[in-house]
Ligand binder design. Structure first.
Ligand SMILES: Nc1ncnc2c1ncn2[C@@H]1O[C@H](COP(=O)(O)OP(=O)(O)O)[C@@H](O)[C@H]1O
Ligand SMILES: [Mg+2]
Length: 260
């Protein structure tokens, strides 16, 4: 997870859009290249990727192993910088930021969800969820209140006092999602969020993403499983560092309704 940073109000912070303007995209990737190695060993992990994701979208990024998904995730998550191209995160040009400012973007604007949950063991669910708020000037009692609200939003308000070891895999991932959301990020960025889960628990997580999407959350989910991607509203397919298709799932709402 991103290194926590104290947070003075930064000057580069983009002003909120005027009400009459179209809201800025959450993600705007413009001709992104990422090259690893040199000469014979050169790998073009991303080879000219442009992608815009607007507020409120639920997007799956799919592709075979080696297609560039993790590289894309690392760039979208401001964990790695592209070799060339421009990336605007919520209107902010990330190429102009230093490490400290990038860490602030990660902490304030992005909620990360990982395959392996990454919860702190022997620490109650509510305290796991409150953790990202400890790095800000939020008082203890308010942290607790906000964490309980976030747990409620993922349907786990009755498990606040449980330790990770006392929760199922699906429940642990819901705690991790609550932790990702407690800071009210503009983007929920999930890397193979169902990868460690059985079919039933995977459904639980995808149902939750659908509900969060219905409440207006912006979700980007990286997955190699087509049946997981099928639950998103839009599917971006990667191959050899390129986007080879970008499809709105027109039957999305119908399918979502039928799945319950
Ligand atoms: N740190 C790295 N150094 C060299 N090559 C890398 C590195 N990371 C990824 N690659 C290569 O870049 C390509 C895309 O990898 P990756 O983004 O991990 O794909 P995916 O997540 O879809 O499996 C692959 O060919 C991979 O071997
Ligand atoms: Mg990968």
């Amino acid at each position: 997870m991103a290194a926590p940073t104290p947070a003075p109000a930064p000057e580069y912070w983009a002003a909120p859009p005027a009400p009459h303007r179209r809201p800025r995209p959450v993600i705007a990737l413009n001709a992104i290249h990422k090259v690893y190695g040199q000469g014979e060993a050169e790998v073009r992990a991303l080879d000219g990727v442009s992608l815009t994701i607007e507020r409120g979208e639920f997007v799956a990024i799919v592709g075979a192993s080696g297609s560039g998904k993790s590289t894309m995730m690392n760039i979208i998550g401001c964990l790695d910088a592209p070799t060339s191209g421009r990336y605007f995160m919520d209107g902010i040009e990330t190429g102009e930021l230093d490490e400290f400012q990038l860490a602030q973007i990660r902490n304030r604007k992005i909620g990360f969800v990982f395959q392996s949950f990454n919860l702190i063991p022997r620490t109650r669910a509510v305290d796991n969820v409150a953790m990202p708020l400890a790095y800000r000037k939020v008082h203890r009692r308010e942290r607790h209140t906000l964490a309980l609200e976030a747990l409620d939003a993922v349907g786990l308000s009755t498990r606040a006092g449980h330790l990770p070891s006392q929760l199922s895999g699906g429940q642990q991932q819901r705690v991790a999602i609550a932790r990702a959301l407690v800071t009210e990020p503009v983007l929920l960025l999930a890397d193979e969020p169902t990868g460690a889960l059985d079919t039933h628990s995977s459904e639980e997580i995808l149902d939750l993403f659908e509900a969060l999407h219905a409440r207006g959350r912006t979700i980007v989910m990286i997955t190699h499983e087509p049946e997981v991607a099928a639950r998103a509203e839009r599917v971006v397919r990667m191959q050899d560092g390129h986007i080879v298709s970008d499809t709105a799932q027109t039957a999305y709402h119908h399918l979502a309704g039928g799945a319950r």
